[in-house]
Each structure stands twice: as structure tokens, then as C-alpha cells.
Write a protein that binds this ligand. Structure first.
Ligand code: SF4
Length: 450
């Protein structure tokens, strides 16, 4: 154990190291990083400047982000055992970046009936999952109460599973189809058992960018309304950004600042999740629909996104999640050194990035996540959706196996189903099952507006 004198000497040495490093940098970048190290918030202009960092400045940015992460959340890196259930890919919208959605008439339009969604949730629960993440397309003529009834069906069978479900776009769609306010709809979802909302459908929170990449998508004001209403009702949410397409450095900094402003008011965000654009199959890339669109973020842009996010959000949002689905395990592992402290989830099924051309698989075993975390000298821990620690893994427990670790690769696709197999299956064709989207809702918990 270090004595007080040794501790103060250590701090002095650190201070000296930072001073020497900052003295080598561009004066403006050095000033911004010094401000961040002093625990102050940096503004949009300063964030924009950091997004332009190159060479030594970029390395310094990563070091500062890592230092702030260490001070705020220590060396534990968390993950959650969860399953994604994207119950339909049929959608009335045509977002330019989305390769997942299909028109209701298309051969590849699928729909998982409620009992299949419940079966998938039960299977995940039996394999140790604590969360199911429910998100899907927006099917035409859906009964507005469908999301509420689906939640109830899962909770009836699995009262203790956490339902992380329904993006702001889905909440808005559900409320419109139900003919009620966003607030009443969220109350109904909460009462049915939704534990938290994914803060997806954010992309870049700038209406001009949204009009270019996804005309007709939920607006910035509507996204903020759904999120802040959820927080007010005690429903936590995540926050996301999707980047690497047409946005500028300033758009990214302004987006992060908006997330920070919301968090100052509500405290309802559990984590921030940067997601880089997967371009290969995205219509706006493949069909050249949007002038100037880029083929996703470069490796340096990915690293900068995590580092600047940590620096801008550190005082407000403790948890920064890296996406192994978008970046692959190797780059994701490296980004744990650029401010991240969460390695996402096991997923079991992943459709949205896979449909867009991501190559990194549809599931990751907990044991593999623990190996990647340990390999860079950090401490793996399983968490709940809302970041309660379930179990910390000291080095002498590295030979631990979770039930999900024991599912063989060879049988996994057959057992869990894969996205590519699902779009080919005949028994889940949306056009044959579309009447199932009209639920037999017994009690309609949502009050209709006059
Ligand atoms: S991103 Fe969502 S709303 Fe947009 S087309 Fe895809 S499934 Fe539909």
C-alpha cells in the first residue's frame, strides 16, 4: 500500500508527464485537453477541434480519454448477457442507411408471431440472459397496442427478464396507431413491463442531416420528446449516435452536447453508444441515393469518436459502450483504451448490422468477451441492463463457463436461427401472417385522446 507521501509523489509525477505531453501539442488542442483533465466540460467548438486531431494529437486524445475513464469508472469493463429479437423487418419507412427493412409485399419480409418471440426470450433466459432487446420495423396497419401486448406476453412467462425495448421511432409509431399521447403510450409500456428504451433512431440529431439520409424519420424534437418523457416517467434509456456517412465533425460534437444537455436535466441515460455506419448494403450507398455519402468511418474516426465522447460526457454519462458488431472484436478491444468501459452484449441474434453487411457475427460468447477484456489488463464483469454489477471476474476465475459458452458454433445457427436463414423461411412470411399484427387486446390500457 502506497504511503501518503508516495501517493502525492506519484500524482506529481503524473502531473509532470501530462505537462510534458501537452507541451508537445498544438496549443489549442493542449488547452482543451488540459481543461478536460481538470474536470471541466468542453463545448461544441472544442469538441469539433478534437474531432480534427491527427498524429500525436490523436494519441494524446486517446490517453486523456483513457485517464478520464479510469478516474470515473475504474478498470472494470462490463457486458450484459442478452438476446436481440427483431420480430419483423417489414417497415413503412425507407431510411437510406437501413438494409434491414423490407416492404410488406416483398418475399423477404418476415414476421415472428408473439409465441415465437416469447419462445426466443425463454430460451435466452434459460441460457443465462437477463435482457431481451426488442426492436423491429414499423409494419403497416399495426395495432397500436401491439408493443404493449407483446411486452405483457413476455412478462407473463418471464416476469424477471428485463425488456429493453422499442426505440423512440417505435414509441411514436405505437402512440400514433393507438391514437394517444406519447406520455400515455409510455405509461402503458411501463405498466406492461418495459424496463428501458434503446435510444436508437437518433443517428445524427440534426434535422437537415436527417432529411438527407432518412426523409420521414422521427424528427429531433420528437426524439427528444420521447426520451425526456420516458426519463420523467422513470424509464431509463440509452443514447446513440450513428456516424460515418454525411455528417461533419461539428454535427458529431453538437449531437454529443445535446445528449449531455438532456442528461443534465433528466439523468435518465444509462450509457452512450456510438455506432459507425455500415455501408455495404445500405441503399443510400449501394444505389447512390445521397450525394457525398461516405463508406462508413475510418479506424481513426472510430477511435476519435469514442475518445471525444468520453471527454465530452465524462462528467454526466459514466458508461461508454463499444460495438463489437460494428467494429469487430479487435478494434472494439482497442477502443477500450480510448475511453470505453462496456463491451456491449452477447446478442445471440443480430440482424440490423448483419443485413447491412457487417462481418463480425451475430453473437459473442461471454467467455470470449472476458478474454478480450482481460487481454488488455482490465477486469471483466457481467452487468444488468441498468449497470448493476452481477459478477466481477478475478483472474483466477478465467476458466468459468456460462451456459452460453457451451453452445457449439456448429449448432448455434441451427438452434438460434440466423438472419439470413430467417429471411428465407416460408413459415414466417409477413404477407401470410399479417393478420397477427392485429392483436386481440383485452384491456386497452392507453387512454385515447378526445
Ligand atoms: S431504420 Fe427502422 S424505421 Fe428506418 S427503414 Fe429501417 S426499420 Fe424502418
Amino acid at each position: 500500500m502506497a504511503t501518503e507521501t508516495e501517493r502525492l509523489e506519484g500524482l506529481g509525477e503524473m502531473r509532470g508527464l501530462w505537462d510534458r505531453l501537452l507541451a508537445l501539442l498544438d496549443r489549442e488542442v493542449a488547452r482543451i485537453l488540459e481543461k478536460a483533465l481538470a474536470g471541466e466540460d468542453i463545448d461544441v467548438e472544442e469538441g469539433t477541434r478534437l474531432f480534427q486531431a491527427e498524429g500525436l494529437e490523436l494519441n494524446a486524445l486517446v490517453l486523456v480519454a483513457d485517464e478520464l475513464r479510469r478516474r470515473r469508472v475504474g478498470d472494470i469493463v462490463t457486458y450484459v448477457i442478452n438476446r436481440n429479437i427483431n420480430f419483423t423487418n417489414v417497415c413503412i419507412k425507407h431510411c437510406g442507411f437501413c438494409a434491414f427493412s423490407r416492404d410488406h409485399r416483398e418475399e423477404e419480409g418476415y414476421f415472428l408471431p408473439m409465441e415465437e418471440v416469447v419462445r426466443r426470450a425463454r430460451e435466452a433466459w434459460e441460457l443465462g440472459a437477463t435482457e431481451v432487446c426488442i426492436q423491429a420495423g414499423l409494419p403497416p396497419k399495426m395495432d397500436g397496442y401491439y408493443y404493449v401486448e407483446l411486452t405483457k406476453a413476455i412478462k407473463r412467462e418471464l416476469p424477471d427478464i428485463h425488456i429493453h425495448g422499442f426505440s423512440p421511432e417505435e414509441v411514436l409509431y405505437g402512440s400514433i396507431r393507438a391514437g394517444c399521447s406519447i406520455e400515455d403510450y409510455l405509461k402503458a409500456l411501463k405498466e406492461a413491463g418495459v424496463g428501458s428504451l434503446p435510444g436508437t433512431s437518433a443517428e445524427i440529431l440534426d434535422d437537415e442531416v436527417r432529411r438527407r439520409i432518412s426523409p420521414g424519420r422521427i424528427s429531433v424534437a420528437q426524439w427528444v420528446e420521447v426520451i425526456t418523457t420516458a426519463h420523467r416517467l422513470g424509464i431509463p434509456t440509452t443514447a446513440t449516435i450513428m456516424y460515418g456517412h454525411v455528417e461533419t465533425e461539428r454535427h458529431k460534437a453538437a449531437h454529443i452536447a445535446l445528449i449531455r444537455d438532456i442528461q443534465r436535466q433528466t439523468g435518465g441515460f444509462t450509457e452512450f453508444v456510438p455506432l459507425s455506419f455500415v455501408h455495404e448494403e445500405a441503399p443510400m450507398w449501394r444505389k447512390g441515393l445521397v450525394p457525398g455519402v461516405r463508406p462508413g468511418a475510418t479506424g481513426a474516426e472510430v477511435v476519435k469518436m469514442y475518445a471525444v465522447s468520453r471527454i465530452m460526457l465524462n462528467n454526466w454519462v459514466a458508461n461508454l459502450q463499444v460495438s463489437w458488431v460494428k467494429e469487430g472484436p479487435k478494434l472494439a478491444q482497442f477502443c477500450l483504451n480510448a475511453g470505453c468501459n462496456d463491451f456491449m452484449g452477447t446478442l445471440i441474434n443480430e440482424s440490423i448490422s448483419t443485413a447491412a453487411g457487417a462481418q463480425y457475427g451475430q453473437r459473442m460468447r461471454p467467455r470470449e468477451m472476458r478474454r478480450l477484456i482481460r487481454d488488455i489488463g482490465r477486469i471483466p464483469a457481467e452487468r444488468t441492463t441498468t449497470y448493476e454489477i452481477r459478477r466481477v471476474f478475478p483472474p483466477d476465475e478465467d476458466d468459468h463457463y456460462d451456459p452460453l459458452d457451451l453452445v457449439e458454433d456448429e449448432t448455434a445457427d441451427q438452434r438460434f436461427g440466423s438472419y439470413h436463414a430467417l429471411v428465407r423461411r416460408q413459415d414466417y412470411r409477413f404477407r401470410d401472417l399479417r393478420e397477427l399484427i392485429q392483436v386481440q387486446a383485452v384491456d386497452r390500457p392507453v387512454r385515447r385522446q378526445a
